[in-house]
Design a protein around this ligand. Structure first.
Ligand code: GLN
Length: 525
């Protein structure tokens, strides 16, 4: 097993995750099987309880793991499916060690960060790498070198480097090259952060420099000299127009050849599907405007996978998809403003929790239903579509979901098997479940098969007591998992499609999610 360990310096938000994922992509292009591990030094066990407002989207894996959004980038760039063990957090590591201590596994020893915590980290890394059957395992260490939280992880990878064969573990350090007022590229922050790394006993093999402009030859030489690497091991990762262009940049800079040569490996092939995808993206013509009516609109990262899924669908459909973030509460404060939705080619209501903004979202759904504007509803976006339909078509004016308000017409409700669970983080239906699609429905036409597997993250369901009545009035449930309704669509509408699952987690740059593609295509009609 070969390991590529990615650390970050100078400051957070440099795009370390994208850099690491792009490295993985160019190694795949050369014929190697790559997997990825994200280390998050926070104490939370996982991202399940974290607010998307603070931390960006909670990404859901096929096994139901609720993880950092970087795992989503890995799945998209590497075109793989990961499981929860690929996200290692301080919380998971300490919990495991403390459980072992309580069981007496440490035979009376004093349990310490070194060796017990570091051993647990290494064990987890090795196990995950082995189970993935990959040739190369990327390990991204969250945070910035020098943070207190990441110290045990840096020490663990230092030990890993010592224990494995010398040519099997490489370190990539991602840093910043700022420019001064005269436009000169400054290397001091990089020098300092590499110095900090070396104080911990780690030496970078490749230095990836983030910069507004391409990093110049003499800047690279200076970094090489001060940081003790050959000049070709200093890679320019300047700002790209789109994150999917970063792999091409790194490839041009010779990063793949360099890494492989250091691993004593040969390129096995020269796969060009990624380049072709980027080419299609560049040559797209026309733009469609999508209005995304949500809650966490201040932080676009809260809906990262949705944004990417729209992009993927655009690449396939040959157009540029422009997401417009609309705060649902605007329609509550100012009901007339819902008419501003007429400027969009399509309306999307994403998933969410809690009552805030839901009445505004219902108003937006009502507007797109009545005005025949393409609508895509995801998870809460489907539940609210059912509520809107029950209120305005069936005439149950107080129809609602008990999550949002007490009601005599709970068209969305907990199914009996879910009612008695209370423990946070244990109550949700998470990860992969199948749905059976109705032949002849829009769902069936979009997917082209009658059985699909998609990822979930929800507690509430369409209440089976109302299904017949809703269907009789024109909204059809065309995807089902026994008594659970997975898809609701309105056949009469140009495109009114909503899912209890989250199709955005399985969309890939080269393989857009069918509901997203259908949504975008319906706007081009
Ligand atoms: N809050 C809703 C539920 O728990 C929807 C969840 C979601 O949109 N992810 O069922």
């Amino acid at each position: 097993m070969k390991y590529v360990i990615v650390t970050g310096g100078v400051m957070s938000g440099l795009g370390k995750g994208i850099t690491a994922a792009s490295m993985g992509r160019i190694l795949i292009n050369k014929g190697y099987k790559v997997t990825a591990i994200k280390i998050d030094p926070y104490i939370n066990i996982d991202a399940g309880t974290m607010s998307p407002f603070q931390h960006g989207e909670v990404f859901v894996l096929k096994d139901g793991g609720e993880v950092d959004l970087d795992l989503g980038n890995y799945e998209r760039f590497l075109d793989i499916e990961l499981v929860r063990d690929h996200n290692i957090t301080t919380g998971k590591v300490y919990q495991a060690v403390i459980n072992k201590e309580r069981r007496g596994d440490y035979l009376g020893k004093t349990v310490q960060i070194i060796p017990h915590i570091t051993n647990e980290i290494k064990e987890r890394i090795r196990k995950v790498a082995k189970n993935s059957k990959a040739d190369i395992c990327l390990i991204e260490i969250g945070g910035t070198v020098g943070d207190i939280e990441s110290m045990p992880f840096l020490e663990a990878v230092r030990q890993l480097h010592n224990e494995e064969a010398k040519e099997d573990v490489l370190f990539i350090h991602v840093t910043l090259v700022p420019m001064d007022a005269q436009g000169e590229q400054k290397t001091k922050p990089t020098q300092h952060s590499v110095k900090e790394l070396r104080e911990l006993g780690l030496h970078p093999d490749l230095i990836v420099t983030r910069c507004k402009q391409p990093v110049l030859g003499n800047t690279k030489e200076k970094i090489a000299l001060f940081c003790d690497v050959p000049p070709k091991a200093v890679i320019s990762a300047h700002d790209a127009k789109d994150i999917y262009m970063v792999p091409l940049q790194l490839e041009q800079e010779g990063a793949a050849e360099y890494l492989l040569s250091r691993f004593e490996l040969q390129p096995k092939q020269d796969l060009r599907i990624w380049d072709k995808m980027v080419e299609r993206m560049r040559s797209a013509t026309g733009t469609v405007q999508v209005g995304i009516v949500g809650k966490y609109t201040d932080l676009e990262d809260s809906y990262l996978s949705i944004r990417e899924s729209l992009k993927h669908a655009g690449i396939e459909a040959g157009c540029v998809v422009k997401p417009n973030w609309i705060d649902a509460e605007e329609f509550e404060n100012n009901p007339d403003s819902v008419h501003t939705l007429s400027q969009y080619d399509g309306i999307l209501v994403p998933g969410g929790f809690g009552v805030r903004g839901t009445e505004g979202k219902i108003a937006a759904i009502c507007y797109s239903r009545k005005n025949n504007i393409p609508y895509l509803g995801l998870c809460l976006g489907m539940q609210l579509a059912v509520i809107e339909f029950a209120r305005n078509v069936l005439g149950y004016h107080d129809a609602n979901s008990p999550e949002l308000s007490p009601t005599d017409h709970p068209v969305i409700d907990l199914l009996p098997e879910q009612e008695n669970v209370v423990n946070m983080g244990a109550t949700m239906r998470l990860g992969d479940y199948t749905a059976q699609l109705t032949k002849g429905s829009l769902a069936y036409r979009l997917y082209g098969v009658d059985r699909i597997v998609e990822r979930h993250r929800h507690r509430y369901e369409v209440n089976p007591d109302y299904i017949d009545e809703i269907e009789a009035a024109g909204m059809k449930f065309t995807g089902k998992n026994r008594n659970r309704m997975e898809i609701a669509e309105i056949p009469e509408h140009i495109f009114f499609f909503s899912t209890q699952f989250h199709p955005e987690f399985k969309s890939r740059p080269n393989r857009p999610s069918p509901p997203f593609l259908g949504f975008i295509r319906s706007m081009l009609k």
